[in-house]
Design a protein around this ligand. Structure first.
Ligand code: FEO
Ligand code: CA
Ligand code: CA
Ligand code: CA
Length: 630
């Protein structure tokens, strides 16, 4: 077998390759011995008052029902679909779909020939096309136009650099190409009568790359930790990296979330040392070798550059000349998405996951209050960061990260947020991916995608990750979705009640904790929930990024998929499947809600062209009878 290069590893395995952690902790009991499936349903054995660990609506269905295919439900306006194992997109019979935009497609007419199957994208046009590996996505209405802001999370160097068999860039131009094909795209879309298309040459079109100038704002701006040779004031940064999930502010700007930023940095000489580097997995060889061509990414030369990434970055899509702003008050970690809600007391709350095995779930609460039309300055710069603690009795609390609670300085809390969270004893989580807030009630959901290290080894900071009520399965291969209701229906309140909306699993392989919760059955099973968004009717759309081999523990799950969950009944139905190898990530709707835009990242085969490279793409999905989503 050919050796894998660094860029072939998953982002999680890349981190553990650079920082191996000891295995073999004391928790060798398998969770299914301690917690029988009956225990989950009855609750009393495992969790004391745990009957409510699952929403009560989930307890009513029978084991017999579990084995049947999900059927159409009044709230599901579609016929649920079967799994797929092919290299195609499938949607319900009542719907149709078509590709909106692919990696390499021109945003400006001068780039119309930028992409070819043989050579990929030409370097000189690489910042004028749609980037690779589409991810978080939001739609904005500006002056009667529809603009989509969408992330390009990372690149697959082997298909971007067909000349380099191992995918390692060997020239500065090749590094430039990789930098340009990541970041963020803002593009106008319009329905010409023949479905939605990108408006090529729209004055709103914009590419934001690893080189775009940005402002560093909030309490960490200007601090010695973020000063570099190129920016001795510590206020101006180049680039936003590994843009994963997204968010939308109440005032109509885009939030892009910097996730596995650490992987872009490497060392060509002596490495800086310290817990701040170690906890974030910074050191060794960079995933793409940027450090060999650009000293900014060489931590032996510029040890503070990594401190300037790993933030939530705000972009104003309505102004293509606006300077993106990195909001340091929202902390520095592997940000998944940013779900902003307006708390009952007027403050804004942003829910934030840190997607790494055994890391944490966070919340930012502004000090000021928001009202439509009023100035929003400071709302994302002046506030308090909290980390979640989930108690066994299904209550929870948000622990403030302050100098008093952590023993750290205010700047260190924002730069080394993970260390602050460890200091206050927050709950280690099974990889928090997206958070989505229910628009119809004070309630939020977080996808905990999976965690093969749960109960096996500690997180990167050495924190214990034994099983707990909200992450109850050792070697959690399937994932779960937790939801919480804030006290007094106020998202800014410091306590909440929680339950598990769904525990993914395989009831055809297991008859224990790994078979999943009662709202999982042979007809709707899935693994590794990741992207989530609510439609305006209060239905939860769940996207997966999991094992797609359809074998062993995952047999019967097929390719990655998008499902719809009813928060009230717990029912879940499969809406869409994507090509083998792809994950589904990114979801937004046209202004009139007639069309859903769905991201298909890292497909296999030669989808969607049918020949040549697989091309990560955004797909438009609509109902044939014109009915809207939500
Ligand atoms: Fe980029 Fe955690 O997904
Ligand atoms: Ca994700
Ligand atoms: Ca994922
Ligand atoms: Ca991904």
């Amino acid at each position: 077998m050919v050796d894998k290069t660094l860029s072939d590893l998953s982002w999680d395995d890349f981190d553990e390759h650079r920082d191996p952690r000891p295995e073999g902790n004391q928790f060798d009991e398998v969770v299914d011995k301690a917690i029988s499936r009956r225990g989950f349903l009855g609750g009393a054995l495992a969790f004391g008052s745990g009957a409510a660990v699952f929403g009560t609506g989930l307890l009513s269905s029978t084991t017999a029902a579990k084995a049947t295919k999900a059927t159409a439900h009044a709230k599901f306006s579609f016929t649920p679909i079967d799994i797929a194992t092919d290299h195609a997109v499938h949607v319900p019979a009542e719907y149709d779909h078509k590709v909106l935009v692919r990696w390499g497609d021109a945003l400006w007419s001068e780039a119309k020939d930028a992409y070819s199957a043989e050579a990929g994208v030409s370097v000189d046009m690489s910042d004028k096309v749609f980037g690779e590996n589409t991810d978080g996505m939001e739609l904005f209405e500006v002056d009667g136009k529809q603009l989509i802001a969408v992330n390009s999370e990372y690149v697959n160097p082997k298909i971007n650099l067909p000349k380099e068999a191992d995918g390692s860039p060997r020239t500065a131009d090749e590094v430039k190409l990789l930098k340009n094909l990541q970041g963020v795209t803002v593009m106008e879309v319009a329905n010409s009568g023949d479905g939605y298309q990108v408006v090529v040459d729209s004055p709103y079109n914009r590419r934001i790359t690893h080189e775009t100038k940005m402002t560093l704002a909030g309490p960490l701006a200007g601090h010695a930790l973020v000063q570099t040779k190129a920016d001795p004031k510590g206020t101006t940064v180049k680039g936003t990296m590994n843009n994963c999930g997204s968010g939308k502010t109440l005032w109509g700007t885009y939030l892009t979330c910097e996730e596995n930023f650490n992987g872009y940095f490497g060392a060509t000489g002596a490495e800086p040392v310290g817990e701040g580097y170690k906890r974030y997995g910074i050191g060794g060889e960079g995933r793409y070798g940027y450090e060999k061509f650009d000293p900014r990414f060489d931590i032996s030369n510029e040890p503070n550059e990594p401190h300037r990434h790993g933030f939530i970055t705000e972009i104003d899509p309505s102004n293509p000349n606006s300077v993106p702003v990195k909001r340091t008050a929202l902390g520095r970690f592997k940000h998944e998405n940013a779900e902003m809600v307006h708390a009952l007391d007027g403050r804004i709350v942003v829910y934030l996951g840190d997607d790494e095995r055994g890391e944490y779930l966070y919340r930012y609460v502004s000090n000021g209050t928001y009202a439509p039309g009023r100035a929003t300055d400071g709302l994302l710069d002046d506030g308090v960061l909290f980390v979640a603690k989930f108690n066994e009795d299904q209550t929870g609390e948000w622990l403030a990260l302050t100098p008093e609670t952590t023993g750290m300085t205010a700047a260190d809390i924002l730069c080394f947020t993970r260390l602050a969270a460890s200091a206050v004893g927050a709950t280690t989580m099974d990889r928090p991916e997206w958070v989505a807030a229910n628009p119809l009630k004070a309630e939020a959901y977080c996808a905990l995608t999976n965690n093969k290290n749960r109960g096996v080894k500690p997180n990167a900071g050495g924190d214990d990750t034994s099983v707990n009520a909200v992450n109850p399965r050792e070697t959690n291969k399937y994932g779960q979705i937790v939801r919480w209701t804030p006290a007094g229906e106020n998202h800014a309140a410091d306590t909440f009640a929680w339950d598990l909306y769904v525990m993914a699993g395989n009831p055809t392989v297991y008859d224990n904790a790994y078979s999943g919760s009662d709202n999982v059955n042979a007809g709707n099973m899935f693994n590794s929930p990741d992207g989530m968004a609510f439609s305006s009717d209060g239905m939860l759309w769940i996207q997966t990024d999991g094992d797609y081999k359809n074998k062993g523990d995952f047999e019967g799950m097929g390719n990655n998929q998008m499902l719809v969950g009813d928060p009230e009944t717990g029912e879940i139905a499969r809406f869409m499947t994507v090509p083998n190898r792809a994950e589904v990530t990114g979801l937004c709707w046209s202004a009139d809600k007639s069309v859903a835009f769905v991201g298909v990242q890292h497909p296999g085969g030669s989808w969607p062209d049918g020949t040549g490279n697989p091309r990560s793409s955004v797909v438009a999905v609509w109902r044939k009878d014109g009915a809207t989503f939500g």
